[in-house]
Design a protein around this ligand. Structure first.
Ligand code: GDP
Ligand code: MG
Length: 437
């Protein structure tokens, strides 16, 4: 897949101490091949690698200290750029705002309609109305009602009316009557692009003049997704794309292609069948997904800026000697604080996220932790095992925290020490190398 290909491409770079003009060219070729394999159109792939190459030369990658990383960053940034800059919301300015769904059957329109309604209701304090315009399958109307019930949003349907155009119009009228400020019109799709479907969706579009027309597409459909997007865009000139089913194995190469061909922003992504499984689209995250690196790149960037190598080495030594104490813990926390939100950061380390889930420290909690550690004597800090219950009581009193919080800190400290030890072997080793590169 694309990620493997890119891994290979970057490997070419990383594998050699010296980067030459030749292996830059080689890498570009690999990247281009990877994009082509992910169904990116040849012209787009070529333009992309040309741009990356230009940037790389402009930033003098060849003579930089960390050429591999710099090139990785350029590829990632360009990829994000290619998928569209800022995350774009939906137009909610209408009275009510009419949002029209389009897309093939099975792409996820009905599911997304529900997700969007829930999102607008809970996150934007809107009062949405769902309108069932898939008149071909009775089950489709039932499905939307089930969705509406789940999220507590009203659904308008009329089983007597089998004309989607007047249904949509009646839906908008109903919304006004009910005082709803958003109308989400769920439509029927077919298995492939055909004229009947296009005529129907375009008639609905003309009749209700939506504020926002969204094209919903299954991200697993590859190159087909691009052709479908193009066909719908030719007729509807839609405002945005919704990529569904990104919870599967797919790396989302379709995102690159679609964005390049129709030049419309990708607005949301679907990441599951549940109503909560909706995310705003962030090009950088998608680029990372396509590159298959988690957020490793940004971790490296941030870490490089902030991490005190010397400190890290000292602490490593202490861990090795089992002499990791609260002073080290404190200075670790200070390091981490410099690097940004801790949970964010830990989430970026492949594999570490899970181990750290119960190490629930947020920025505010840092203050409390620091207060508690400051209430310990130097001896206690160096020898946490000495912390018996009377000492704990004293620390709680001194720092103005509860005894439970002190206990929790001790637990966190233990987890941290354990994790540090874990990081010494296996995966952690790699990270340490990365950090001290
Ligand atoms: P429609 O025909 O375009 O209305 O598509 P539906 O909303 O009925 O979705 C078709 C199928 O895809 C259903 O089984 C949904 O549960 C499923 N589905 C929709 N969106 C997602 C998603 O983001 N992730 C996953 N895994 N399944 C999805
Ligand atoms: Mg449907």
């Amino acid at each position: 897949n694309l990620s493997d290909k890119l891994d290979k491409a970057f490997h070419v770079l990383k594998g050699r101490g010296q980067i030459t003009e030749i292996n830059v060219a080689e890498t570009m070729k690999e990247i281009r091949r990877a994009l082509l394999d992910a169904d990116v159109n040849f012209k787009i792939a070529k333009e992309f690698t040309n741009r990356v190459k230009e940037k790389a030369l402009g930033q003098d990658v060849l003579s930089s200290i960390k050429p591999g990383q710099l090139l990785t960053k350029i590829v990632r940034d360009e990829l994000a750029e290619l998928m569209g800059g800022e995350a774009a919301g939906v137009d909610l300015s209408g009275q009510p705002s009419v949002i029209l769904m389009s897309g093939l059957q099975g792409s996820g329109k009905t599911t997304f309609s529900g997700k969007l309604a829930r999102y607008l209701k809970t996150k934007k304090s809107k009062k949405p109305l769902l309108v069932a315009c898939d008149v071909y399958r009775p089950a489709a109307i039932d499905q939307l009602h089930v969705v509406g019930d789940q999220i507590g949003v009203e659904v308008y349907s009329d089983r007597e009316n089998n004309d989607p155009v007047t249904l949509a119009q009646a839906g908008v009228a109903k919304a006004k009557e009910l005082g709803c400020n958003v109308v989400i019109i769920d439509t029927a799709g077919r298995l492939a692009v055909d004229e009947t479907m296009m005529t129907e969706i375009s008639s609905i579009h003309k009749a209700v003049q939506p504020n926002e027309t969204l094209f919903v597409v299954d991200s697993m459909t590859g190159q087909d997704a691009v052709n479908t997007a193009k066909a719908f865009n030719d007729v509807l000139d839609f405002d945005g794309v919704i990529l569904t089913k990104l919870d599967g194995d797919t790396r989302g190469g379709a995102a690159i292609s679609i964005k390049s061909v129709v030049n419309k922003p990708i607005k949301f992504i679907g990441t599951g069948e549940k109503m909560e499984a909706l995310d705003v689209f962030y090009p950088e995250r998608m680029a990372d997904r396509i590159l298959g690196m988690g957020d490793v790149i940004s971790l490296v960037e941030r870490a490089q800026e902030q991490f005190d190598e010397e400190q890290a080495r000292k602490i490593q030594k202490k861990i090795a000697k089992n002499r990791f104490g609260f002073d080290d813990f404190l200075s670790q926390i200070q390091q981490i604080k410099k690097m940004g939100n801790m949970k964010d950061l830990m989430g970026m380390i492949p594999g570490a996220g899970k181990a750290l889930k119960n190490l629930d420290i947020d920025d505010d909690a840092f203050k409390h932790i620091e207060a508690m550690i400051h209430s310990m004597t130097p001896d206690e800090r160096a020898n946490p095992a000495k912390l018996n219950s009377s000492r704990k009581k004293r620390i709680a009193k001194g720092s103005g925290r509860s005894i439970q919080e002190v206990n929790q800190l001790l637990k966190q400290f233990e987890q941290m020490s354990k994790m540090m030890k874990m990081m010494q072997g296996g995966g952690g080793k790699r990270m340490m190398q990365m950090l001290s590169q």
